[in-house]
Structures are given as C-alpha cells and as structure tokens.
Design a protein around this ligand. Sequence first.
Ligand code: ZN
Length: 522
Amino acid sequence: MRAARTAAFLVLLGTLPARGQEVDARAMAAIREEGSTRSQVIALAQALTDRFGARVTNSSSFHAASDWAVTRLREWGVQDPRREHWGPWSRAGWTQELEFARVVSPSAFPLQVTGSAWSIGTHGRMRGQVVRMQLAGSQDLSPWRGRLAGRWVMLGPLAPSRLHFEPGATRLSADALAALEHPRARPREDASVWASESAMTVSDVVRSMVARCTAITEFLVRERAIGLLVPSTGQAGLVGAGGSSCASPFAESGSAPEYQPGKPTIPVLLLASEGAGRLDRLLASGTRVVVEGELGVTLVPPLGYSTNVVGEIPGRDTGKRGEVVMLGAHLDSWQVGTGATDNGVNVAVVLEAMRILRAVGLPMRRTVRVALWSGEEQGLLGSSAYVKAHFAPGSPEAGRLALYLNLDNGAGAIRGLYAQGNSAAGDIFRQWMVPLRDLGMTTVSPSRTGATDHVPFDRAGLPGFQFIQDPLEYWTLTHHTSADSWERAVPTDLVRNAIILASLAYDAANADEMIARPTASP
Ligand SMILES: [Zn+2]
C-alpha cells in the first residue's frame, strides 16, 4: 500500500514544472517518507505543551522550553543551535505558580481565574468583601477613598457575552479558499509601532492608558485594597489572557499593575466572563459579596534582554550557501492554557521540519535557518529585533535572505500561503505547491495578512510570508484562552504541516533564484 502510494506520488511528481524552479521528485518523496513514517512532531508538540505548558516570555517555562529546543536541534545535528539575545526587554521573569478564587458568601461558588501577566502575587489566601469600582471615564477617584481597605476591587466592564451560532471548528471550504484567491485591499501593517518596546509607549492612546492605570494602581495601593478582579475576554467558562481594563492587554505598554522593580503595585486576577457576570449582577443588586483569592507567582529581576532560539543547516553550494532560507514560529505564549494552538504546535512543526531535512540529509544549496521567536505576544518584539540586527535595510545580509516562512495561524492544516501582494512570489509558491496538493495545500492568496512575525520582514522589504491554515477552533475557542491545550490540535495536521514546511524549505534552498523582494505597497 505505501509502495503503491509512493509510486503514485512519483507519477504525480513527473508532471512537474520546467527548469529553475522545478521540484526535485526524489527529494520530495524522501521528505514525505521521513515525515510520515518516522515523524516526531506529536512527541515534540506534547513535550512543549504538556511538559513546559504556558511560556510567557522570560518565564521559567519559557527558558526551559528554549533550552529544550536547543538540545533537540543539537541532537539532530543542526549547526550552532543557540539562544540569541535581543533587547531591550525590561520586564521581570514572571512565572505563575498558583491561581485561585472562590466566592464565600452570599453562597459558595468557584471562580475561574488566572493572574494577569506580570502581576505580583497575593500574600497567601486573601478573603475580603468585593467593591465594584465603576469609573466610567471619570478621573476622580476620591469617592472611593476610605472604602477599599482589605477589599477586592472589581474593575472594568464585562466582556460582551456571545452565543456561538457558528460551528466550533471549521476547515476552509473550497469556496473559502477560492475567495482567498481574490485580493482584498489591505494596507501593509505598520510594523514601526511594533518595532521596539519603547516605540509602543509613545502612542498617545497607550500613554493615556498607562497614566490612568498608574493613577488607579497607586490609589488602590494607598487605600490598601487586596487586589483587582478584572473581567477577562474568556467566554463559556474560559479565562482569557487579556482583561478589559488595566490588565494584560496593556502589559506590553508596561502599565502600572504589572510588576516593576521598586514600584508599588497590586495583584490582578482575571475572571472568566460567567464568574465576572455573576459577581457584577450580585453587586449591582446591593448584595454583599465576599471573595477568597490567592495568586502565587515567582518574579525574577529583569534580565534586560530575552532570546530567540536559532540554528542552521548549512548550504553546500559555494555560491549560494551564504544565502538563507528561514523558517520561524513564536515560542512564547500567554499565561493561559498550555499555549498549544498559539503557538506551541507550530513550534513543534518547525522543529520537525528541521529534523526531517537533517534526517534525509539531501544536499541543499542555500542555508536553512530556524528561528523560534520570543516577545511575539507583546508586539512581535523578538522577530523585530532580529530583523533589525540581521537584515537592516541595505545590509549585505538583507540581500541574502532568500525567503522567510512563518507559522502562526492556529493548529490547523496548512492550506496555502498569503503572498503579501508579491505576485512573483505567488507564482513560485504555486509551482512548489503542485506536489503538495494532496496534502491539502492548494491556495495562494495575493492578499496581505498581519499581526505576527513575518510582518517585520515584510516591512523591511524582505520576502516574509505567513501560511493559510484551517481555523479549526482558533477564533471560536482557543486563541488566548484557557482552552488552548493539546486537545485542540489534530495530530495528522501537524504531520502534514511538517512535511509541507520541509518540502518548501528544500525547494527554496535549491531554487536557482531567491524569492523576489516585495514591490512597494500599492
Ligand atoms: Zn501567535
């Protein structure tokens, strides 16, 4: 059966395109063989998600997962695997050890909670009455003076509750894929906002949010409140990584509730929407509510930098080995779930693609480099720093990047690529995809997509691209929620995705030409 399938596959390959960008049939078969019969992607994904779990940048699990990835790469004979420093990164190492909350009265019920990223911990289990702080844009905190000592403060609007009339998990239909083929005008994402940590804080909106949160936090500290209870974005019993006010969404802006050495702050617990709604309604009805909560965290003083994991399979062609094909996915995640669909399983796929290329041992003309980014959730920080350090516009290295492929669109099967308005690249991808059609990769969308690590490449005029993937439950369930775990991934999708990624990397490494640079945005 396998021999017949491979034969059919070789016949299919026989129909491949003309010289220059052709696909090497035997290599494709070898990659497919290795990736399907000796796949390690499931074990890699489970190690990342089950053993290390959530990997907030510079948390202890992030460091452990980074070292683990370097060891794997070394084991497979990838050259010079290492953790490359980048900065500035001024945040502490933050690891959540314990998060708990329950309502004690008027009746006892549990609350699904998580600590807000970089929140300080409580001093053990803290019990106190809850006060609903409605600020409604008012800057005036004085009405609350003298009313908050020893109390939990519930702050921020409830996330709008939404019923799911759409199916929970979806795969892209033929119609949906066809629709992607038709360009949607979308401006190039302005990465300058993401380019450096300091740039983020200059935008007026963010600055005013920071000032407001600082004022609220200092007031709550002075009033000796126990901590903040903030409605999260999570629905249906899930806790979201972000809160509706003065919580995680502002973390990248260094807002006050976040731990900063020497600055007094207050613990922040994020609530699932059901718990937040029940508390809100009880308090609005004038009912006295008492909550018991605890947040245990380990805080390590800021290092001033974070790291990206990198490594290479050197090219063998003297003329081309200085040129680089890069594969990347962000290793960091938010603090909820185990960071599986965002983005642990894609890190496993990228690692597996490197393993496959090493295992088949076929000569590649160009060098293939892997990058596992950090700081993505805080604004594409690791990849932005990498592009700045290695591919500054006009630098010799920039001229030698043949292609960057990014995997960060949920755990679903790869169905195609966004060509970022680069039609020349789109044409090449269509050729390389011919032998991958039976794996479900059929579509090149001329459109741009954003919000992840190919953007700093694209913005620097480099050929950086993101994959089209089946959404599965990414937007309906797992994206930045406590449901983001291994159970939401489909193992066969990961096996195929690794074969696809290794095949495309091989094609790009052996093509006569590098992928054309993006032309100026329309
Ligand atoms: Zn992501």
